[in-house]
Design a protein. Structure first.
Length: 217
């Protein structure tokens, strides 16, 4: 099992302009979606997890070991990342080939960068089932993503980034219920949640299946 501890993490590309402003997180066991608008610091954050960037200050510990003491190659043995736009196939096929190549390396931590881009419903379902399978195998699965419906369907936890800070974290029911924080981060609730609110439902529903089951009950 991979465990990541992020301790007071700061990062700047240039002096005087912080991208990450003291992130503190523990990522351990739960499949976790990092959500937020462009410029929130999500991509910078996962590049730091991969060792592609190094913190300005603060620490990232992988199973208790500081990543600064490991090379990028050593980190890659344990933390794999499925990039958003790899190879020369069609985008949908590229994503699936990329997932297969990273899974074959059998790292303890797997990071998905916008996994649902160019995927139809069947493709999203296939990738979602991969996320669930990896999580059930004890992998730490992370994603940076704009697809709130996919987060609601397949992830145990969501972390809201905005302007280099974590505004909110918790299970999707807690995160997507907080409309004020989502608005501050320029994020929307899942489509089913918005529809239920429009229909006057006070209870939070994240997926169609959950809403249908509630109405049948």
């Amino acid at each position: 099992m991979g465990r990541l501890e992020i301790q007071d993490l700061h990062f700047s590309y240039t002096a005087g302009e912080e991208i990450l402003k003291g992130i503190n997180l523990v990522l351990d066991g739960e499949s976790t979606a990092i959500i937020g608008q462009n410029g929130a610091g999500k991509t910078t954050f996962v590049k730091l997890l991969k060792g592609l960037l190094r913190p300005t200050s603060g620490r990232i510990l992988y199973n208790g070991k500081d990543l600064k003491d490991l090379t990028v190659a050593q980190i890659a043995q344990n933390i794999g990342m499925v990039f958003q736009n790899p190879y020369d196939l069609g985008l949908s096929d590229r994503k699936l080939v990329s997932i297969a190549s990273i899974v074959a390396m059998n790292p303890d931590v797997i990071i998905f960068d916008e996994p649902t881009i160019a995927q139809d419903y069947a493709g999203k379902t296939r990738i979602g089932n991969i996320v669930k399978k990896l999580r059930n195998e004890g992998k730490l699965v992370l994603t940076i993503i704009h697809d709130m419906d996919f987060v609601a369907d397949y992830f145990d936890r969501a972390v809201v980034f905005a302007k280099g800070n974590v505004l909110l974290e918790g299970n999707p029911e807690i995160v997507f219920a907080d409309a004020d924080v989502l608005e501050k981060a320029y994020l929307e609730q899942p489509n089913v949640t918005k529809l239920c609110h429009a229909l006057g439902q006070e209870k939070i529903f994240l997926t169609t299946d959950a809403y249908v089951e509630y109405m049948r009950g």
